[in-house]
Design a protein around this ligand. Sequence first.
Ligand code: COA
Length: 377
Amino acid sequence: MTEYSKGLEGVIANESALSNVEGKDGRLSYLGYHIDDLVENCCYEEIIYLLHNGKLPTQNELVEFERKIREDRTLPQGVVDFLKAAPKDANPMDVLRTAVSMLGLYDPRVAIGDPDLVKDEDIGLSIVAKTPIIVASYHRFRQGLELPEIREDLNEAAHFLYLMNGGEMPTDRAIRTLDVALTLHADHGMNASTFSARVTIATLSDMYSAVTSAIGTLKGPLHGGANEGVIHMLQEIGELDKVDEYLEGKIARKEKIMGLGHRVYKVLDPRAPHLRKFAVQLTEELGETKWIKMSERIAEVMRERKGLNANVDFYSATVYYSLGIPTDLFTPIFAIARTSGWTAQILEQLRDSRLYRPMTLYTGPTELMPVPPIDKR
Ligand code: COA
């Protein structure tokens, strides 16, 4: 018998060489490269390559890799039709989950069974390429607008913002900010959505099913949905001088504050300072420093009162808000970034897989009872 660990806390269920989350030291690395170093020296496409190939690309490899992803941006017409027909007030995470699932219907390569996983690697990159197009398309269509022409000369961050802005080119600052946000969200150990993806693929289901599971898991407010919760909270508080009173009420009622705390990091989440820097710059540029000042005060009070630190979602919310991205697309952007990690983890699982099958600590009756006839219950 093994020990019971609620929420599998502390349980090691598989091996992975992809990302190392060192909770005690507040350190995150991908394949042995510190996240600070990667943010400083690499673009998001290099991160996708790193996660999928286990090494950083040379210049030529990067060019070839970018070409491959950019050529795969077009959605099947059936998915486009769905995105046009989907309810205009749907949760974009539900739309994304459904659309990624639909992609599998149009891909003849879908069944697992290629021992070298070449096909699955291609499907993984195809999902990475198409996810931003799905999110931007739905956002345009729900406003009754067309999607601008898909281009192959823009990187992931620039192309997504270009589509969202109706064909207008984003500023270099906006592109760089989103590129860093994508890099920081790409992979993160055995988080809940990655675990879902690995559980699904370990049954030898298929790549689309596994990513669909992951999107459904990311949606929740305790995981990817927290970034939307942060903006709702800032809007609810409204002014800097209301922060303390608001937090006291929340603490007294034992309610969670979105964007704070972490299952693994018990010190500062190493992704947070990068996003904080961009949040400060962008809000200053916009002349809307109120949001960042309120955020700083929330982080300060929660550190002092509860010993809790800001996590990745805390500042990403202000960053996306400052980029003019609607709140309900914050979590889909997290999903866009995490597709690189999910698909790399799915491939890693397939290379050395064992079905996940934990046990339950049964708490029901142990004495067996006869089933009474329905009119006697
Ligand atoms: N606001 C207020 N209190 C919090 C808190 C938060 N965001 N996060 C944790 N706590 C409190 C818990 O209530 C608990 O208090 P208690 O000991 O008095 O019961 C204590 O801190 C320990 O937290 P716990 O719930 O055991 O942490 P966890 O590892 O299970 O949960 C999270 C981790 C991420 C689910 C949790 O911190 C949370 O819900 N955060 C808000 C959502 C969020 O930002 N998610 C994104 C994560 S990247």
